[in-house]
Design a binder for this molecule. Structure first.
Ligand code: G1P
Length: 306
């Protein structure tokens, strides 16, 4: 009987160079989609799937993430003094339980596989999940929970997958598929960011994983792969034969928030789904598209700092 999955690893050490200058002094995982930072969406998804321990693999300049998942006494006092009890309660509601969060540092940016390896001692000898906050997923049930459910049946490694346009293969880990029932696909190999001409399929890995603890030994023995980095996909491929590897097709919508357009799209879609913002967002979009928004090309200093 497989052990219940309790832990999630969040690799958050990346530099976020695609979002400079926004990410010069702020972690990219703290970029908000509407009014919630990307990392909080990922943590909430994990919590909704029953995860109880949250392990962050951070890097230099990521302090804001630690502060975000902690009490802010000053802010809480100020909200209380102003009688804003609802906001105060909302802030406290999603704070993980005391001791449920751990941080470790990836001292060098050696790739996703290396980031996961950095969490080895905090994870220990049990299966665990990995969530990449850049991949924001909108779905009725938490995607990571679906992977956990499949893991309970297979006892192997599980990744989330989605179909992509063939030309985009070089942006993802790509699945070499085996048996496929339309929802769950057996994976016979993973290729990290292949040239589209060499891609074994158009099924790409999305940043959600359930991993067996043996992955650490494989990661440790790995040589640098694509881009000179230690790749998680390479370790997963090596483990096939020892443990099965399956992909679960993503149900719901995934936004690539590691990319500016994907991030903008996420903000628009999430705003359009919010009852308090929908009408106004729609109006602004319609006006902008009609070329009659009335806003300046350059925001005024007042608006920019509002
Ligand atoms: C990582 C993984 C890749 C996966 C992708 C999903 O790449 O290495 O296999 O398809 O996440 O977002 P990254 O986007 O971090 O370069």
């Amino acid at each position: 009987m497989e052990r219940r999955i309790r832990k999630a690893v969040f690799p958050v050490g990346g530099l976020g160079t695609r979002f400079l200058p926004a990410t010069k002094a702020m972690p990219k995982e703290m970029l908000p989609v509407v009014d919630k930072p990307l990392i909080q969406y990922a943590v909430e998804e994990a919590a909704a799937a029953g995860i109880e321990e949250f392990i962050f693999v951070t890097g230099r300049g990521k302090q804001a993430i630690e502060d975000h998942f902690d009490h802010s006494e000053e802010l809480e006092r100020a909200l209380l003094a102003r009688g804003r009890v609802r906001e105060l309660e909302a802030l406290k509601r999603w704070l993980p339980a005391p001791g449920a969060i751990a941080y470790t540092r990836q001292q060098e940016p050696l790739g996703l596989g290396h980031a996961v390896l950095c969490a080895r001692h905090l994870v220990g000898e049990e299966p665990f999940t990995v969530l990449l906050a850049d991949d924001l997923i909108l779905s009725r049930t938490p995607t990571i929970g679906e992977l956990v459910a499949l893991h309970a049946k297979t006892g192997g490694n599980v990744v989330s997958v989605m179909e992509i346009a063939p030309a985009q293969a070089s942006r993802y880990g790509i699945v070499a598929p085996g048996e496929d029932d339309g929802r769950v696909v057996e994976v016979s190999a993973l290729v990290e960011k292949p040239d589209p001409a060499d891609a074994p399929s158009n099924l790409a890995v999305v940043g959600r994983y359930v991993l067996q603890p043996e992955i650490f030994a494989h990661l440790e023995g790995l040589r640098a792969g694509h881009g000179g980095e230690i790749q998680l996909t390479d370790a997963l491929t090596k483990m096939i034969g020892e443990r099965p590897l399956h992909g679960v097709r993503l149900e719901g919508q995934r936004f690539d928030c590691g990319d500016r357009i994907g991030f903008l799209k996420a903000n628009l879609c999430f705003a359009l789904m919010r009852e308090d913002l929908r009408e106004e967002t729609r109006r602004i979009l319609e006006e902008s598209l009609a070329g009659a928004s009335g806003t300046d090309a350059k925001p005024s200093a007042k608006r920019a700092t509002a």
